[in-house]
Design a protein around this ligand. Structure first.
Ligand SMILES: [Zn+2]
Length: 89
């Protein structure tokens, strides 16, 4: 089954493995806290405590592996305006 559109894949049908790596970027900008530093620290600790470690890790970096059909592959390539030749091995 295509993991993007859910269409069943026939035996031997051409399918594509896609790996999406989402990694947070850092632009060097750190916001000046409006609150005094103790309150800001308390707020951050609370925010981190509410998030499970798994969720927090996903915020920083997450890899998604999918097997998709040819149609979804073509849409993906078109969406990101990538030359098809660059994707084919
Ligand atoms: Zn599909």
């Amino acid at each position: 089954m295509c993991q993007k559109c859910g269409r069943p894949l026939a035996p031997g049908e051409l399918a594509y493995q896609v790996r999406i790596e989402l990694v947070s970027t850092f632009d060097g900008y750190i916001e000046e806290p409006d609150l005094d530093i103790d309150m800001e620290l308390e707020r951050l600790i609370e925010a981190v405590a509410r998030q499970s470690p798994g969720e927090a890790a996903k915020d920083v970096a997450q890899t998604i592996d999918l097997v998709i059909c040819r149609g979804c592959r073509n849409r993906l390539v078109a969406e990101y305006d990538v030359q098809a030749e660059k994707i084919l091995h």
